[in-house]
Design a protein around this ligand. Structure first.
Ligand code: SAM
Length: 276
């Protein structure tokens, strides 16, 4: 018998993958969690019926939320990842030799535990001595933190449940306060095809606090529409003013010297969303 998993990415459209095995399911205090093994994409973490990450394509998202900001920042030492309990963003952050401390702020401990058990390639970095794991609400943590982090990366679920506030203007204003003088933030801001309103709202919310605001793109194959946006807010540094020779030679599969600049070049229908 064949078993197939479908994520309804909109009420009228979805992606479907042939399942080898359902490895784990749980109802946590925050969400429905599943880890399934698929033929095409390998093991997948699914929260509330939405694919969060897969073994085959996780590198794109995790590299692209982390490296543009960490490269643009002149000396990132202390970094926070809000959400991101699978550990993939932390793994990428630790590739930067300047980083002394990476703090994961994840509300749902069961995401961390399931990722460590079933997705060790992604979550393994959480055991690095430079990592501190806080199981708490990222909104509260950021509200209580001032002038602390050089880079803050918001690796959130879609804006439902506990993640709604991670897309709010007041959260972005609090991130500004939690950052050091030349701090940079990046938030994942969903699909330019399916989430146009969200991108416009997040971009203008970030722009209200940050003098330098950029949208950039990457192709995340299993996310809705395959084209994914990230929004960067920076206090001082423009990511495009980084000198080519200053871009570190990292062990990456998607991010590289050319992609650092190219990701910020937007197709017209995306540029229209964030016209200055
Ligand atoms: N890369 C994924 C994506 O874009 O679909 C996101 C992956 S990561 C697993 C998202 C995490 O954000 C989830 O584990 C969820 O529990 C966490 N999260 C949601 N709301 C949160 C909050 N208010 N504070 C901290 N973590 C939160």
């Amino acid at each position: 018998m064949e078993l197939w998993y479908t994520e309804k990415q909109t009420p009228n459209y979805g992606i479907t993958a042939k399942v080898k095995e359902t490895l784990y399911t749980a109802t946590t205090p925050f969400q429905e969690l599943a880890v399934i093994d698929t033929v095409e994409f390998g093991r997948m973490l699914v929260l509330d019926g939405m694919v969060q990450t897969t073994i085959r394509d996780e590198f794109v998202y995790h590299e692209m939320i982390a490296h543009p900001a960490l490269t643009a920042h002149p000396n990132p030492k202390k970094v926070a990842v809000i959400g991101g309990g699978d550990g993939g963003v932390i793994r990428e952050v630790l590739k930067h030799s300047t980083v002394e401390k990476a703090v994961l702020v994840e509300i749902d401990e069961e995401v961390i535990l399931a990722s460590k058990k079933f997705l060790p390639e992604i979550a393994g970095a959480l055991d690095d001595p430079r990592v501190e794991v806080l199981v708490t609400d990222g909104i509260q943590h950021i509200r209580d933190t001032k002038n602390e982090y050089d880079v803050i990366l918001v690796d959130s679920t879609e804006p439902v449940g506990a993640a709604v506030g991670l897309f709010s203007e007041s959260f972005y204003a609090n991130i500004y306060e939690a950052l050091t003088d030349d701090g940079i933030m990046v938030a994942q801001t969903e699909s330019p095809l399916f989430n146009r309103d969200l991108i416009q709202k997040s971009f203008s919310g970030i722009k209200k606090s940050f003098p330098i605001t950029w949208l950039y793109l990457a192709s995340v194959f299993t996310y809705p529409s395959g084209m994914w946006s990230f929004t960067m807010g920076s206090k001082k540094v423009c990511p495009l003013q980084v000198e080519r020779q200053d871009i570190p030679d990292l062990d990456t599969k998607y991010y590289n010297n050319a992609v650092h600049y190219g990701a910020f070049q937007l197709p017209s229908f995306v540029a229209d969303l964030v016209k200055r």
